[in-house]
Ligand binder design. Sequence first.
Ligand SMILES: [Zn+2]
Length: 106
Amino acid sequence: MQTVRQQMVTLLFQEVCSARDLSQMLGIEEKEVYSHLSHIQRSVASQRQRLVVIPSRCLVCGYVFDKRKRFTRPGRCPRCKAERIQEPRYQVVCRNRGRPRNRGRP
Ligand SMILES: [Zn+2]
């Protein structure tokens, strides 16, 4: 039996998810998702993996919250003050994906 956190890593490895997706799929509250995410960010680092955050974006002016450190969704856009913000989404990827393997032979 996997823990919620292990299930979350598995899901994030398979697809890009928002906190709402994860809370629905795992049957936990969104605020629990955020606390698991901060643990996952540290734990996957030791397994040659990385938690990627696809930043929130303002749906009105297109402002991207790429400087944001927290996992939660921002309340409003600092540029146009709109509150229509797309949720951040998360994904776990292999850190060295895409790098060619050295087979030791040309
Ligand atoms: Zn905006």
